[in-house]
Design a protein around this ligand. Structure first.
Ligand code: PLP
Ligand code: COI
Length: 341
Protein backbone atom coordinates (compact mmCIF):
# COMPACT_ATOMS: atom_id res chain seq x y z
CA UNK A 1 0.00 0.00 0.00
CA UNK A 2 1.27 3.52 -0.76
CA UNK A 3 2.58 4.80 2.57
CA UNK A 4 2.71 8.54 1.91
CA UNK A 5 -1.06 9.07 1.75
CA UNK A 6 -3.19 10.48 4.56
CA UNK A 7 -5.99 7.98 3.88
CA UNK A 8 -8.32 9.26 6.58
CA UNK A 9 -8.36 12.80 5.18
CA UNK A 10 -8.97 12.11 1.51
CA UNK A 11 -11.70 14.19 -0.08
CA UNK A 12 -13.72 13.21 -3.13
CA UNK A 13 -11.30 14.54 -5.72
CA UNK A 14 -8.70 13.58 -8.31
CA UNK A 15 -5.62 11.94 -6.86
CA UNK A 16 -3.02 10.74 -9.33
CA UNK A 17 -2.48 6.97 -9.50
CA UNK A 18 0.05 5.06 -11.61
CA UNK A 19 -1.83 3.68 -14.62
CA UNK A 20 -5.05 3.88 -16.61
CA UNK A 21 -6.33 1.58 -19.33
CA UNK A 22 -7.79 2.36 -22.75
CA UNK A 23 -9.39 0.72 -25.74
CA UNK A 24 -10.16 2.39 -29.07
CA UNK A 25 -13.13 1.65 -31.32
CA UNK A 26 -12.21 2.01 -35.00
CA UNK A 27 -13.51 0.45 -38.21
CA UNK A 28 -16.42 -1.08 -36.34
CA UNK A 29 -14.44 -2.92 -33.66
CA UNK A 30 -12.79 -2.50 -30.28
CA UNK A 31 -9.00 -2.77 -30.07
CA UNK A 32 -6.87 -4.53 -27.43
CA UNK A 33 -6.83 -2.98 -23.97
CA UNK A 34 -3.78 -0.73 -23.57
CA UNK A 35 -2.12 0.39 -20.35
CA UNK A 36 -0.58 3.84 -20.00
CA UNK A 37 0.77 6.17 -17.34
CA UNK A 38 -0.33 9.25 -19.27
CA UNK A 39 -2.98 11.43 -17.66
CA UNK A 40 -3.94 13.10 -20.94
CA UNK A 41 -5.76 12.06 -24.10
CA UNK A 42 -5.05 13.28 -27.59
CA UNK A 43 -8.21 13.66 -29.66
CA UNK A 44 -9.43 15.40 -32.80
CA UNK A 45 -10.61 18.99 -32.25
CA UNK A 46 -13.91 18.13 -33.97
CA UNK A 47 -14.52 15.06 -31.75
CA UNK A 48 -18.24 14.64 -30.99
CA UNK A 49 -17.64 14.44 -27.23
CA UNK A 50 -16.28 17.98 -27.24
CA UNK A 51 -19.01 19.59 -29.34
CA UNK A 52 -22.15 17.57 -28.87
CA UNK A 53 -21.58 15.92 -25.50
CA UNK A 54 -21.41 12.44 -26.98
CA UNK A 55 -20.00 10.81 -23.88
CA UNK A 56 -20.96 8.74 -20.86
CA UNK A 57 -19.25 7.78 -17.64
CA UNK A 58 -19.67 5.44 -14.70
CA UNK A 59 -18.69 5.42 -11.06
CA UNK A 60 -18.08 2.38 -8.88
CA UNK A 61 -15.83 1.52 -5.98
CA UNK A 62 -13.27 -1.05 -4.81
CA UNK A 63 -12.89 -1.67 -1.07
CA UNK A 64 -10.05 -3.24 0.91
CA UNK A 65 -11.32 -5.52 3.67
CA UNK A 66 -9.79 -6.37 7.03
CA UNK A 67 -8.59 -9.58 5.32
CA UNK A 68 -6.68 -7.28 2.90
CA UNK A 69 -8.73 -8.56 -0.04
CA UNK A 70 -9.98 -6.03 -2.59
CA UNK A 71 -13.66 -6.22 -3.51
CA UNK A 72 -15.44 -4.45 -6.36
CA UNK A 73 -19.12 -3.71 -5.78
CA UNK A 74 -21.73 -4.72 -8.41
CA UNK A 75 -19.66 -3.90 -11.50
CA UNK A 76 -22.07 -5.79 -13.79
CA UNK A 77 -24.75 -3.21 -12.98
CA UNK A 78 -22.43 -0.37 -13.95
CA UNK A 79 -21.67 -2.16 -17.21
CA UNK A 80 -25.41 -2.50 -17.95
CA UNK A 81 -25.97 1.18 -17.19
CA UNK A 82 -23.07 2.21 -19.43
CA UNK A 83 -24.64 0.13 -22.18
CA UNK A 84 -27.90 2.06 -21.77
CA UNK A 85 -26.00 5.35 -21.80
CA UNK A 86 -24.19 4.30 -25.00
CA UNK A 87 -27.50 3.40 -26.64
CA UNK A 88 -29.05 6.67 -25.41
CA UNK A 89 -26.50 8.87 -27.19
CA UNK A 90 -25.71 6.49 -30.07
CA UNK A 91 -22.21 5.41 -29.06
CA UNK A 92 -20.37 2.15 -29.67
CA UNK A 93 -21.32 -0.34 -26.94
CA UNK A 94 -18.57 -1.64 -24.66
CA UNK A 95 -18.73 -5.46 -24.46
CA UNK A 96 -19.07 -6.91 -20.94
CA UNK A 97 -15.70 -8.72 -21.13
CA UNK A 98 -13.87 -5.54 -22.15
CA UNK A 99 -15.54 -3.56 -19.37
CA UNK A 100 -14.66 -6.24 -16.81
CA UNK A 101 -11.06 -6.58 -17.97
CA UNK A 102 -10.60 -2.80 -17.97
CA UNK A 103 -11.85 -2.21 -14.43
CA UNK A 104 -10.10 -5.23 -12.92
CA UNK A 105 -6.83 -4.36 -14.68
CA UNK A 106 -7.03 -0.71 -13.58
CA UNK A 107 -7.62 -1.76 -9.96
CA UNK A 108 -4.88 -4.41 -9.97
CA UNK A 109 -2.29 -2.07 -11.50
CA UNK A 110 -3.09 0.54 -8.86
CA UNK A 111 -3.78 -1.79 -5.94
CA UNK A 112 -1.45 0.16 -3.65
CA UNK A 113 -3.97 3.02 -3.85
CA UNK A 114 -6.89 0.99 -2.48
CA UNK A 115 -7.26 2.59 0.97
CA UNK A 116 -7.07 0.54 4.17
CA UNK A 117 -10.38 -0.42 5.72
CA UNK A 118 -10.01 1.68 8.89
CA UNK A 119 -9.83 4.89 6.85
CA UNK A 120 -13.38 4.44 5.56
CA UNK A 121 -12.05 5.54 2.15
CA UNK A 122 -12.28 3.55 -1.09
CA UNK A 123 -10.84 3.39 -4.59
CA UNK A 124 -13.22 5.14 -6.98
CA UNK A 125 -13.30 3.61 -10.45
CA UNK A 126 -14.24 5.92 -13.31
CA UNK A 127 -15.03 4.28 -16.67
CA UNK A 128 -15.40 6.84 -19.46
CA UNK A 129 -16.73 6.42 -23.00
CA UNK A 130 -16.28 9.29 -25.47
CA UNK A 131 -16.96 9.94 -29.13
CA UNK A 132 -13.52 10.75 -30.57
CA UNK A 133 -14.33 10.68 -34.29
CA UNK A 134 -14.80 14.05 -35.99
CA UNK A 135 -18.18 15.42 -37.08
CA UNK A 136 -19.38 18.92 -37.72
CA UNK A 137 -23.02 18.09 -38.36
CA UNK A 138 -24.96 16.75 -35.37
CA UNK A 139 -24.22 13.07 -35.96
CA UNK A 140 -22.77 10.18 -34.00
CA UNK A 141 -19.03 9.61 -34.29
CA UNK A 142 -17.60 6.51 -35.92
CA UNK A 143 -14.65 6.32 -33.50
CA UNK A 144 -14.69 6.00 -29.69
CA UNK A 145 -12.37 5.78 -26.72
CA UNK A 146 -13.18 3.71 -23.64
CA UNK A 147 -10.95 4.56 -20.70
CA UNK A 148 -10.84 3.58 -17.03
CA UNK A 149 -8.93 5.49 -14.37
CA UNK A 150 -9.03 5.05 -10.62
CA UNK A 151 -8.49 7.43 -7.74
CA UNK A 152 -8.65 6.96 -3.96
CA UNK A 153 -11.51 8.96 -2.43
CA UNK A 154 -13.02 9.95 0.87
CA UNK A 155 -16.65 10.99 1.37
CA UNK A 156 -18.44 12.97 -1.36
CA UNK A 157 -20.10 15.30 1.12
CA UNK A 158 -17.44 16.47 3.56
CA UNK A 159 -19.74 15.54 6.45
CA UNK A 160 -19.31 11.79 5.67
CA UNK A 161 -22.10 9.91 7.46
CA UNK A 162 -23.18 13.05 9.32
CA UNK A 163 -26.48 14.69 8.38
CA UNK A 164 -26.38 17.36 5.65
CA UNK A 165 -28.67 20.22 4.60
CA UNK A 166 -29.97 20.41 1.06
CA UNK A 167 -31.93 22.92 -1.02
CA UNK A 168 -35.07 22.51 -3.16
CA UNK A 169 -34.83 24.51 -6.38
CA UNK A 170 -37.67 25.29 -8.75
CA UNK A 171 -35.90 27.65 -11.13
CA UNK A 172 -33.60 24.99 -12.55
CA UNK A 173 -33.87 21.42 -13.87
CA UNK A 174 -31.08 18.93 -14.44
CA UNK A 175 -33.00 16.83 -16.96
CA UNK A 176 -36.23 16.84 -18.95
CA UNK A 177 -38.92 14.19 -18.38
CA UNK A 178 -38.13 12.43 -21.66
CA UNK A 179 -34.53 13.64 -21.93
CA UNK A 180 -31.31 12.01 -20.77
CA UNK A 181 -31.73 12.10 -16.98
CA UNK A 182 -31.99 8.30 -16.80
CA UNK A 183 -28.57 7.72 -18.37
CA UNK A 184 -25.16 8.84 -17.14
CA UNK A 185 -24.10 11.39 -19.74
CA UNK A 186 -22.08 14.55 -19.14
CA UNK A 187 -24.80 16.96 -20.29
CA UNK A 188 -26.91 16.21 -17.21
CA UNK A 189 -24.03 17.24 -14.99
CA UNK A 190 -23.29 20.39 -17.00
CA UNK A 191 -26.96 21.30 -16.57
CA UNK A 192 -26.66 20.90 -12.80
CA UNK A 193 -23.44 22.91 -12.27
CA UNK A 194 -25.10 26.31 -11.87
CA UNK A 195 -27.73 25.27 -9.34
CA UNK A 196 -25.24 23.08 -7.44
CA UNK A 197 -22.70 25.90 -7.31
CA UNK A 198 -25.33 28.29 -6.02
CA UNK A 199 -26.49 25.79 -3.40
CA UNK A 200 -22.89 25.34 -2.17
CA UNK A 201 -22.45 29.12 -1.96
CA UNK A 202 -25.64 29.35 0.05
CA UNK A 203 -24.38 26.72 2.51
CA UNK A 204 -26.06 23.54 1.24
CA UNK A 205 -24.45 20.21 0.38
CA UNK A 206 -26.57 19.65 -2.70
CA UNK A 207 -29.80 20.39 -4.53
CA UNK A 208 -33.06 18.49 -4.42
CA UNK A 209 -34.43 18.56 -7.96
CA UNK A 210 -38.15 18.29 -8.64
CA UNK A 211 -39.87 16.86 -11.69
CA UNK A 212 -39.28 19.29 -14.54
CA UNK A 213 -42.86 19.34 -15.80
CA UNK A 214 -45.00 20.09 -12.75
CA UNK A 215 -42.50 20.85 -9.96
CA UNK A 216 -44.72 18.72 -7.79
CA UNK A 217 -42.73 15.52 -7.27
CA UNK A 218 -39.25 14.78 -5.94
CA UNK A 219 -36.67 13.68 -8.50
CA UNK A 220 -33.19 13.29 -6.99
CA UNK A 221 -30.57 14.89 -4.81
CA UNK A 222 -27.83 16.17 -7.14
CA UNK A 223 -25.53 13.22 -7.90
CA UNK A 224 -27.50 10.88 -5.66
CA UNK A 225 -30.97 9.31 -5.43
CA UNK A 226 -33.42 10.33 -2.72
CA UNK A 227 -35.02 7.97 -0.21
CA UNK A 228 -37.26 8.39 2.80
CA UNK A 229 -38.33 6.27 5.74
CA UNK A 230 -41.88 6.50 7.01
CA UNK A 231 -42.72 4.06 9.79
CA UNK A 232 -41.88 0.66 8.32
CA UNK A 233 -41.66 1.88 4.74
CA UNK A 234 -38.68 2.65 2.49
CA UNK A 235 -39.92 5.15 -0.09
CA UNK A 236 -37.99 6.28 -3.17
CA UNK A 237 -39.10 8.29 -6.23
CA UNK A 238 -40.04 6.77 -9.53
CA UNK A 239 -39.30 9.18 -12.36
CA UNK A 240 -38.19 9.04 -15.99
CA UNK A 241 -35.59 11.74 -15.37
CA UNK A 242 -33.53 10.25 -12.53
CA UNK A 243 -30.51 7.99 -12.77
CA UNK A 244 -31.27 4.41 -11.68
CA UNK A 245 -28.87 4.25 -8.73
CA UNK A 246 -27.15 0.95 -8.01
CA UNK A 247 -26.79 1.96 -4.37
CA UNK A 248 -30.52 2.63 -4.15
CA UNK A 249 -31.26 -0.70 -5.88
CA UNK A 250 -29.10 -2.38 -3.20
CA UNK A 251 -30.75 -0.48 -0.32
CA UNK A 252 -34.14 -1.62 -1.61
CA UNK A 253 -33.00 -5.25 -1.21
CA UNK A 254 -31.52 -4.62 2.23
CA UNK A 255 -34.65 -2.74 3.35
CA UNK A 256 -36.87 -5.65 2.25
CA UNK A 257 -34.65 -8.05 4.17
CA UNK A 258 -34.96 -5.83 7.23
CA UNK A 259 -38.73 -6.25 7.03
CA UNK A 260 -39.50 -2.84 5.52
CA UNK A 261 -42.10 -2.40 2.84
CA UNK A 262 -40.60 -0.79 -0.27
CA UNK A 263 -42.50 1.82 -2.30
CA UNK A 264 -40.99 3.04 -5.55
CA UNK A 265 -43.48 5.64 -6.72
CA UNK A 266 -44.00 9.32 -7.41
CA UNK A 267 -43.23 11.20 -4.20
CA UNK A 268 -45.01 14.51 -3.71
CA UNK A 269 -43.08 17.46 -2.36
CA UNK A 270 -45.62 17.93 0.46
CA UNK A 271 -44.87 14.43 1.74
CA UNK A 272 -41.54 15.73 3.04
CA UNK A 273 -43.32 16.82 6.21
CA UNK A 274 -44.51 13.23 6.86
CA UNK A 275 -41.17 11.40 6.70
CA UNK A 276 -39.26 10.13 9.74
CA UNK A 277 -35.87 9.95 8.00
CA UNK A 278 -34.61 11.14 4.62
CA UNK A 279 -31.33 10.58 2.83
CA UNK A 280 -29.35 10.75 -0.39
CA UNK A 281 -27.65 7.63 -1.73
CA UNK A 282 -25.09 6.87 -4.40
CA UNK A 283 -21.65 5.39 -4.97
CA UNK A 284 -19.92 8.65 -4.11
CA UNK A 285 -22.44 9.79 -1.49
CA UNK A 286 -22.87 6.25 0.00
CA UNK A 287 -25.75 7.17 2.34
CA UNK A 288 -25.90 10.80 3.36
CA UNK A 289 -28.54 11.39 5.99
CA UNK A 290 -30.37 14.68 5.51
CA UNK A 291 -31.10 16.91 8.50
CA UNK A 292 -32.72 19.84 6.75
CA UNK A 293 -34.38 20.55 3.41
CA UNK A 294 -35.04 24.20 2.56
CA UNK A 295 -37.30 25.29 -0.28
CA UNK A 296 -35.34 28.14 -1.88
CA UNK A 297 -38.48 29.73 -3.31
CA UNK A 298 -40.76 29.72 -0.28
CA UNK A 299 -38.22 29.46 2.54
CA UNK A 300 -40.16 26.50 3.96
CA UNK A 301 -37.97 24.18 6.02
CA UNK A 302 -38.29 20.44 6.67
CA UNK A 303 -36.23 19.30 9.62
CA UNK A 304 -35.07 15.76 10.50
CA UNK A 305 -32.39 14.23 12.78
CA UNK A 306 -33.43 16.53 15.62
CA UNK A 307 -30.83 14.95 17.91
CA UNK A 308 -28.14 15.75 15.33
CA UNK A 309 -27.66 12.08 14.45
CA UNK A 310 -28.64 9.92 11.48
CA UNK A 311 -31.91 8.03 11.94
CA UNK A 312 -31.98 4.44 13.19
CA UNK A 313 -33.04 2.84 9.91
CA UNK A 314 -30.65 4.89 7.76
CA UNK A 315 -27.86 3.88 10.13
CA UNK A 316 -28.80 0.19 9.93
CA UNK A 317 -28.89 0.35 6.13
CA UNK A 318 -25.55 2.14 6.03
CA UNK A 319 -23.89 -0.38 8.36
CA UNK A 320 -25.26 -3.33 6.41
CA UNK A 321 -24.17 -1.96 3.03
CA UNK A 322 -20.67 -1.10 4.29
CA UNK A 323 -20.31 -4.55 5.91
CA UNK A 324 -21.04 -6.23 2.58
CA UNK A 325 -18.76 -3.89 0.62
CA UNK A 326 -15.81 -4.41 2.98
CA UNK A 327 -16.36 -8.16 3.19
CA UNK A 328 -17.33 -8.12 6.87
CA UNK A 329 -20.54 -10.00 6.17
CA UNK A 330 -21.20 -12.95 3.91
CA UNK A 331 -22.09 -11.71 0.43
CA UNK A 332 -25.41 -13.49 0.26
CA UNK A 333 -26.60 -11.37 -2.67
CA UNK A 334 -23.52 -12.00 -4.85
CA UNK A 335 -22.74 -8.27 -5.01
CA UNK A 336 -18.98 -8.28 -4.57
CA UNK A 337 -16.18 -9.59 -6.80
CA UNK A 338 -12.80 -10.20 -5.22
CA UNK A 339 -9.85 -8.91 -7.25
CA UNK A 340 -7.20 -11.64 -7.49
CA UNK A 341 -3.85 -9.91 -7.01
N1 PLP B 1 -27.99 10.05 -9.43
C1 PLP B 1 -27.05 10.66 -10.15
C2 PLP B 1 -27.43 11.81 -10.97
C3 PLP B 1 -25.72 10.19 -10.10
O1 PLP B 1 -24.75 10.81 -10.77
C4 PLP B 1 -25.42 9.06 -9.31
C5 PLP B 1 -24.08 8.52 -9.28
O2 PLP B 1 -23.72 7.70 -10.05
C6 PLP B 1 -26.45 8.47 -8.58
C7 PLP B 1 -27.73 8.97 -8.66
C8 PLP B 1 -26.18 7.27 -7.74
O3 PLP B 1 -26.02 6.13 -8.52
P1 PLP B 1 -25.13 4.93 -8.01
O4 PLP B 1 -25.71 4.49 -6.72
O5 PLP B 1 -25.25 3.89 -9.06
O6 PLP B 1 -23.76 5.47 -7.86
C1 COI C 1 -21.13 8.45 -8.29
O1 COI C 1 -21.77 8.42 -7.26
O2 COI C 1 -20.44 7.52 -8.66
C2 COI C 1 -21.12 9.57 -9.18
O3 COI C 1 -20.84 9.37 -10.31
C3 COI C 1 -21.40 10.86 -8.67
C4 COI C 1 -20.54 11.85 -9.31
C5 COI C 1 -21.04 12.53 -10.47
C6 COI C 1 -19.40 12.37 -8.62
Amino acid sequence: MANNIDWGNLSFGYFKTDFNVRSYFKNGKWGELETTDSETINIHMAATCLHYGQEAFEGLKAFRGKDNKIRIFRWEENWKRMLNSAKGVMMAEVPQELFKKAIFTAVKLNSKYVPPMESGAALYIRPLLVGTGEQVGVKAATEYLFLVFVTPVGPYFKEGFKPVSIQIVKDCDRAAPLGTGNIKVGGNYAASLKSLGRAHNEGFSTVLYLDAKEKKYIDEAGPANFFAIKGKKYITPESTSILPSITNMSLVELAKDMGLQVERRKVQLEELSEFDEVGACGTAAVISPIKKIVDRETGKEYVYCKDGKAGIISTKLYDKLRAIQYGEEPDKYGWVSVVEE
